[in-house]
Design a protein around this ligand. Structure first.
Ligand code: THU
Length: 160
C-alpha cells in the first residue's frame, strides 16, 4: 500500500490588468461573450474565449434551454466550435469569466467538471498544455498552466 499525492499549482492575479497583454485581451473577449450569454433560467452568465496558434480567437457563452439539461456551458460551446472549425489548430489559452444577475461574483469561478473533461480531450489531442485563466465578474484571476492541472486522474483515450 502507498499513498500518492497530487499537487496543483495556480497563479493568482489581483486584477485583469495584471495579466500578460495577450491573456488580458483574451479575458476581455470572454467578458464580451459573457454579456451575450443566453441564460434566462439560471441568470448566471459565462463567457469563454480561446486563442489558437493560428492567431484566431473563438468565443462562446452558455446557452440554456427550457428543457434544462439540453443547455450547454460556455466552455463547451467554445471548445466544440473550435474543434469543429479548426481541427488542426492548437489551443494556446482559454479565458473564462462568470457572473450572476442576482449577486456579484468576485471569486474566480473555475470550469465545471464536465467542461474540464471536455477541454481535457483537446489538450490530450494536441499533446500540448493550454493555459486556462478564470475569474468571476470582477476581482482576482486564476491561471492554470494546463487543463491537467485542473483535472487530476482524468479519463482519456489511454484507457480505451
Ligand atoms: N455554466 C457554464 O457555462 N460553465 C461552467 O463551467 C459552469 C456552469 C453555466 C451552465 C448554466 O447555464 C449556468 O452556468 C448555471 O449553472
Amino acid at each position: 500500500m502507498k499513498e500518492v499525492k497530487i499537487e496543483s499549482t495556480f497563479t493568482v492575479f489581483d486584477h485583469i490588468d495584471e495579466l500578460p497583454k495577450d491573456a488580458a485581451t483574451l479575458m476581455h473577449e470572454a467578458i464580451t461573450a459573457r454579456k451575450k450569454a443566453y441564460a434566462p433560467y439560471s441568470k448566471f452568465s459565462v463567457g469563454a474565449a480561446i486563442l489558437l496558434d493560428n492567431g484566431k480567437t473563438i468565443t462562446g457563452n452558455n446557452q440554456e434551454n427550457a428543457s434544462y439539461p439540453s443547455g450547454l456551458c460556455a466552455e463547451r460551446t467554445a471548445i466544440y466550435y473550435t474543434g469543429a472549425q479548426y481541427p488542426d489548430a492548437k489551443i494556446l489559452k482559454m479565458a473564462i469569466t462568470a457572473g450572476s444577475k442576482t449577486n456579484q461574483t468576485i471569486a474566480p469561478i473555475p470550469p465545471c467538471g464536465a467542461c474540464r473533461q471536455a477541454i481535457a480531450e483537446y489538450e490530450v489531442k494536441q499533446d500540448a498544455p493550454m493555459e486556462i485563466y478564470f475569474m468571476g465578474e470582477t476581482g482576482k484571476v486564476v491561471k492554470s498552466n494546463s487543463l491537467a492541472n485542473l483535472l487530476p486522474l482524468a479519463f482519456d483515450k489511454s484507457f480505451l
